[in-house]
Design a protein around this ligand. Sequence first.
Ligand code: ADP
Length: 465
Amino acid sequence: MEDSNVIENRILDALKKVKDPDLGRDIVSLGFVKELKYCDGIASFTIELTTPACPVKEQMKMEAQKVVLSIPGIKSANIKMTAQVRPSKAEQKEKMLPLVKNIVPVASGKGGVGKSTVSANLAIALSKLGAKVGLMDADVYGPSIPTIMGVNSQPRHVNNRMIPPESYGIKIMSMGFFIPKGDAVIWRGPMLHKAIEQFLSTVEWGELDYLIVDLPPGTGDVQLSLCQMIPLTGTAIVSTPQDVAMKIAEKAIIMFQKLRTPVLGFIENMSGFVCSGCGKREEIFGSGGARRYCEQNHIPFLGEIPLSTDICTTSDSGKPIVEAFPDSPAAASFINTAKNLAAQISIQNAGGVFDTKPEPIEISRISNNEIRIQWKDGHASIYTGQLLRRGCACAQCVDEQSGKPLLDPSSVSLDVHALSINPVGRYAYHISWSDGHTSGIYTFENLRKLCPCNECASKSTASAN
Ligand code: ADP
């Protein structure tokens, strides 16, 4: 009789033929196959995916079953499908929210496109698929999540921590809890920054696979604060199909790309109206625009949500459609979109798409006034404090409109040195200098351009010519 170890190796070999289509690798090398056992013609193992919302879960299970049963001598295969959501890794997130694996804002170019409705239904869909989910309503100008999610209670304060109320199994925090009903909010940038900081640092979110953040529309202070404060796994953009809405959504995409927050994909809301009387579909706002845009710009298309009175009425009544009518076609469109979003999050956490933009892996002070950056592509840059201080691109040092330098390089002394260096989101470092200058945010692109080595200096001369 053959040794069961030999057969287990044969099973593993066979399972190498099963690929995760999203991650593009086989399930054995991805480490998905666990607890493999063979006994009396029966193979038993677990396939641990990176999200319970995996859109190809059943397909992978069937493929695994097929390849294992094709091994001579194996009569049956017991396959258990589980999931362990992988976290997006970053130092700032580890410090602030170590138990929250992924922070995923939902953004839009303009208001009224259904961003809050989509955020709430996506959160419920992910939770129903088995994930631990939180929903943070950062839409300070129209915080509608408590209404949509039917939350009537306020957060509780315990030992200087805020305990978020829960609805449909989802922890919820909203700007709306702190604004008197009927009041109009006039919050300036620093106040918004503080509020976002509190939502991240003093709310007891507990362990979460996904924290969905409903952002205000547009490209303002809340978006900037969030991207600066904590590295986000990536953002989903919602738009209606009209050309004008798409053009404004594009601005949001460009802003997130500038802030190095990956755009996980695009959701088209209010896409086509199906008449409940005759069943005919009308493309009220046009169709296919978002899909075309995504194809042209290599952005994943996550799904389209129909225009439906049920979506509107269920949200108004505090029980979103995925909770109220989970078997309806409209709920199915949210569930599919949530699965596609979860797949993109897994792809992002597995290393994402190939990115040629400069990315530091370590920044350190190697002497009192020298800083070294080790880049992901293997390059290392060594800067003197004077060189970096002169290269500051903040509004005090460079005219924002004309790009003309405002800082006189001869005013920067040779012994200027960094007092502190802190990461800013996924895209920059903030450096405070010994000459009292504290407003310098150095983007990774700028730092790479400032690298004084011969190789980089010749590249930047070539591109300037
Ligand atoms: P935003 O957050 O972008 O301002 P909301 O989610 O508040 O937008 O939605 C605005 C209005 O549109 C709400 O009344 C909501 O119920 C409705 N709505 C959103 N999506 C749909 C949809 N797919 N079909 C019908 N009504 C919708």
